[in-house]
Design a protein around this ligand. Structure first.
Ligand SMILES: [Zn+2]
Length: 392
């Protein structure tokens, strides 16, 4: 277990001192309230001075948890420890709070919620799940927060059946509300439900159950009819079922409706178009899409397609235009590679490749997470469909 840092312990010590003074003054006006025993506070101080940090933390926790007035200080320290990665110590603090029989129920429930967050941070998802289910039963005030966390637990454990059930119950609740914000929330929940169906469809497809995968992807479209992911899954299933024409039609429609997501299915589209001898139409579509966008990634895709079709001059032209209007390291690399070693030295080509490889392919618009691979759910903030290619 990680030792708590001296700085944190020092801060906790000060908080306990302040909290205890507050607690004592409050208790003085209410003789029925339990009073914090100063012995724990001095004991903690002794442990701290002796360098016994674990024992000091325990003593301070004991001192701090005794009265309700110090509760918020305690919760703040617990969450601070969790955010610093000292999850074991956060768990100890919150468990210690829950062991206090004299805390009002509302505060106990809050500690309960914090402990569930600790368990999620520690990867103890089973324990978090049980705590959150209990809390949903116990506290009307904490139900909404507990449901949000419980969905997080189901997502992390890839339990899409339970995630869907919970999201559907959230949707029923939100749909009954009248305020304008409820409409936006309901739409966000529907989008999330579509993603859960797609995750489940991908799992079923991996297991070889294409029938169930198809059913789930179709259900995803019922939740959100302009979602991209279900169409990609359905096209892949069409292709597997020897229906290349259907897959092609679906992906061509998708390319026109959602050109931003084209990099996620361009390879599938090229494969099926070759199979039914419609590659020319894909090349034409890429040219048409290029006329309406400054997106350098679209230029990269179009230039690669022209090169694959043996149209070097056309490819170079598209790249040059891009370098003038909206340059990117990848376009520069393509241009230099295309010019070849007759024109530029191998060192320049290698330099351009290094420059391009440093640019993250994807960036989350919510939390700033970036990396080379695409995910439908951001690995950083767990938002759905927020990874996009940087526009430069
Ligand atoms: Zn993110």
């Amino acid at each position: 277990m990680a030792e708590p840092s001296t700085l944190l312990l020092g801060l906790l010590f000060l908080a306990v001192a302040a909290g205890w003074v507050l607690g004592r003054s409050a208790s003085a006006s209410d003789k029925g309230e339990d009073k914090s025993p100063p012995s724990q506070y001095y004991l903690g101080l002794n442990f701290l001075l002796d360098g016994e940090q674990e024992s000091a933390l325990k003593a301070f926790s004991d001192a701090l948890a005794v009265n309700a007035e110090t509760f918020e200080t305690h919760i703040t320290f617990g969450s601070l420890l969790r955010k610093r990665g000292e999850v074991d110590n956060a768990i100890k603090i919150h468990q210690s709070l829950l062991s206090r029989s004299k805390l009002p129920d509302v505060q106990k429930n809050q500690a309960h919620l914090e402990l569930a967050k600790d368990f999620i941070a520690a990867g103890l998802l089973d324990r978090a799940e049980q705590l959150l289910k209990d809390l949903i039963e116990l506290s009307v005030d904490h139900q909404a927060d507990a449901r949000v966390l419980l969905i997080e637990v189901y997502e992390a454990s890839r339990d899409w059946v339970q995630a869907r059930q919970l999201a559907e119950s959230q949707l029923v609740e939100v749909s009954s509300q009248q305020e304008p914000a409820a409409v936006a929330r309901a739409s966000a929940i529907r989008e999330k439900l579509a993603h859960y169906c797609c995750e489940a469809a991908e799992d079923d497809d991996m297991r070889g159950d294409t029938e169930s995968a198809g059913r789930l992807a179709t259900e995803a479209l019922n939740w959100c009819d302009d979602a991209v992911w279900p169409q990609i899954i359905l096209a892949r299933l069409d292709h597997k079922g020897d229906k290349a024409q259907e897959a092609y039609d679906r992906l061509m429609r998708l390319a026109q409706a959602s050109p931003d997501r084209l990099p996620e299915f361009i390879q599938d589209l090229l494969v099926v178009s070759d199979e039914i001898d419609r590659r020319d139409d894909v090349t034409d579509l890429l040219s048409a899409l290029l006329e309406h966008t400054q997106d350098p990634q679209m230029r990269v895709i179009a230039a690669e397609e022209y090169l694959a079709r043996g149209q070097q001059a056309r490819a170079l032209d598209v790249i040059k235009q891009g370098l003038l209007t909206q340059p990117s390291p990848k376009l520069l690399r393509q241009a230099i590679e295309l010019l070849g070693e007759d024109v530029v030295s191998p060192e320049v080509i290698a330099g351009a490749q290094r420059l391009a490889s440093r640019q993250s392919a994807y960036l989350c618009g919510v939390c700033g997470f970036h990396g080379p691979s695409f995910y439908w759910q951001c690995p950083g903030c767990k938002s759905w469909d927020t990874l996009h290619r940087p526009k430069q």
